[in-house]
Write a protein that binds this ligand. Structure first.
Ligand code: GDP
Ligand code: ZN
Length: 333
């Protein structure tokens, strides 16, 4: 659920019975350059010294900071979101693992959304197989002057296949709907999730640059949560004065979210030039008709992607984000 330096908090989801744990020796995942072997959202195996015969539900009462559990291994991840430790570093940091969705919180008001930045987040979600939902917050502030932008935005991103939901943490508009999606009961398209299983809790990442209202939104989803206060002390991790990374919260209405304060974006790791277009769904579709394979969709004759951009079927902004990523490719490696 959380880790601070070498100290971890575990919980037996869907129970929320947090108890402390440490790592035994060095757990290294094969082929991983990650600096953190265990991330929020990981499913781990552990050992704990508890009196014989106690029920699993009582475990947390016996596992204390003085008698912590010991993490012995990490189960294979279904997916994860990663970022570079620093811009130039080859090392990476796993932000969260085993995610059902990523909610990308932005606003058409202030702070201004930078589409290349959003596109990069969407590409990362595609690469790591985490379905994104675009959350447009502060919609109480959208007036007639925003309408054109709103329509253009919907056309681009819904056209590319991404669900968008408009919400306001202040007025509560759209918050019920968001809550149902976060719990897993509803799908972003408004349909009931037929596969919903309360025993398999939905875990979602919440990402957004500072100021978009991510904390306000989490509070609106569940008033008992206050992400901005959560950063202070935690009884289970007492005395350890180290940076808290990302943290999971349990929502009263169902579902779990991983908040990512201070996360300015998540970087791509090891994406080759010719792979980038595979993660722009609308380009991937058009690319089937390119004359050459592979096609970088830049200079090749008979490029169906370029034709689709010229015909207005693929947004020029998205195409230009793509070109920007091609250009910067070297910086990701
Ligand atoms: P965070 O940095 O993304 O966690 O953003 P905060 O939750 O701290 O909010 C940043 C600012 O935006 C604060 O002044 C909030 O009051 C404001 N804000 C957040 N959500 C909304 C909203 O839905 N409508 C309006 N009008 N303001 C909002
Ligand atoms: Zn092409």
């Amino acid at each position: 659920m959380k880790h601070t330096g070498s100290h971890y908090l575990l919980s037996r989801l869907p129970e929320w019975d947090m108890f402390p744990a440490v790592l035994r020796g060095k757990i290294r995942l094969k082929g991983s350059t990650a600096t953190n072997p265990v991330a929020v959202g990981d499913v781990v195996n552990f050992e704990a010294e508890v009196p014989e015969g106690i029920a699993e539900q009582e475990l947390a009462a016996y596992v204390t900071p003085e008698n912590t559990a010991v993490i012995t291994s990490v189960e294979p991840r279904r997916n994860y979101i990663i970022r570079k430790s620093t811009n130039l570093s080859r090392q990476s940091h796993i932000i969260a693992a085993n995610l059902d969705r990523a909610f990308l919180v932005i606003t058409l008001d202030f702070p201004q959304v930078k589409l290349p930045f959003l596109d990069r987040l969407l590409v990362t979600c595609e690469v790591y197989n985490v379905p994104p939902v675009i959350v447009l917050n502060k919609c109480d502030l959208y007036g007639p002057e925003h309408q054109e932008m709103l329509e253009a935005f919907r056309e681009i991103y819904e056209g590319a296949g991404y669900p968008i939901i408009e919400v306001s943490a202040h007025t509560g508009q759209g918050v019920d709907r968001l809550r149902d999606i976060v719990s897993g009961r509803m799908l972003p398209d408004g349909n009931v999730n037929e596969d919903y299983d309360p025993a398999k809790p939905h875990v979602s990442l919440f990402s957004g640059v500072s100021g978009v209202g991510k904390s306000s939104l989490i509070k609106a989803l569940d008033p008992s949560l206050d992400p901005k206060v959560g950063e202070i002390s935690d009884v289970h991790l007492q005395g350890k004065h180290t940076t808290t990374f990302y943290e999971m919260y349990s929502l009263t209405s169902g579902g779990f979210i991983v908040d990512t304060p201070g996360l300015r974006g998540f970087g791509l790791v090891d994406l080759k030039k010719e792979e980038i277009a595979l993660y722009f769904p609308e380009m991937l579709k058009a690319a089937q008709n390119c004359r050459f394979t592979p096609c970088t969709h830049t200079h090749e004759p008979g490029c169906a992607v370029k034709e689709a951009v010229e015909a207005g079927e693929i947004s020029y902004d998205r195409y230009s984000s793509y070109l920007g990523m091609l250009d910067e490719e070297g910086k990701y490696r």
